[in-house]
Design a protein. Sequence first.
Length: 292
Amino acid sequence: MFLFGLQDYDGNCRIMFHDVSPSFTYFYMIRFRTVTALESKQWYMEYKIHKNRPGLLGDIASLLGMLEVNIMTINGVEDRTRGMLLQTDDDEKIELLGKMLQKVDNITVNKLRTPTIVDILAVRHGRYIERDSDDRKTFRFTRDELGILVDFLGEVFKRDGNQVIGLRGMPRVGKTESIIAGSVCSNKRWTFVSSTLLRQTVRSQLSEDEMQPNNIFIIDGIVSTIRSNEKHYGLLQEIMAMPSTKVIEHPDIFIKESNYDYSHFDIIVELRNTPDEEISYESFTAHYTDDF
C-alpha cells in the first residue's frame, strides 16, 4: 500500500491510498479541509446599567452566545456596574460586540479591552482596588483586605522578567506574611535576602537554588541599607540586576539610603491598619540600629 498526500488550490487536503492486489488496483481518497487552530484570548467588558430591566443580562448573554463568545467570569463591580471576563479566538467578534452594544439604551459600555490585573480582581472580588489619583502605580490596602492583597500579589508574581515591588506599612501590619502568601498563590518559591520576620537577618550569600530567577526575593529596605555590610550590598546589587521579582519592604528608606531611586519600582503597595493611618518611619526605625 502506498500513501499520497495532495493539496489543491482551495486549501483542501486529499489523502490517497493506492492498494495493489494481484488482480486489481484500488484507489481510496479522503478529502478534508485543513483547520488552523486559533489561540483563545481573554477580554474584559464592563458596562454601566442605566435601567436594570428584567431580562437585560439574559439578552446580553444571548448576544454573546450567538457570537460564540464565552463568559468566563461575571460579577457586579461597585454601583450599578457589571464586569465580565470573556474569551474568544476571534478579535473581530469583540469589535462587533462593542458596536452592537452601543445601540443598547439600557447600558453604556465603559471598558472593552484586554484584561489588566485590576480588571481580573475587580470581577473576582466585586470591587476595584484603590489607586493613588496622582501616582497610578501606587495601590492601597487595609488590613481587613489582606485576602485581596494576597490575590493581587499572586497575580503580579506570576509575571516573568524583572519587576520591583515596594511595600509600605507599619510594623506587624502583615507585609511579609502577605508576600509569602502571594508567592504561594503564584506557585513560586520565596527567598529572604534581609528580614525581621523572626529576627534581623542579613544574607551575605545565597545557594544556587535560592538564586534562581523564578524565585521571589524579599528584601527589608531598612535592614539592607542601615544594617548592610559590603558582602550583603554586593549580593543585593546582583539580585537587583537579575530578571526576577523583588519585593522591597520600606521602599522609601531603601531609596534614601541606597543608589536606587523611585523609577526602579514598577509597583508600590501601601498596607495600613485603617484607611487613615499615617505611615511614619520615625517611630520604628530606631531599633534597626541597635545591636542584635
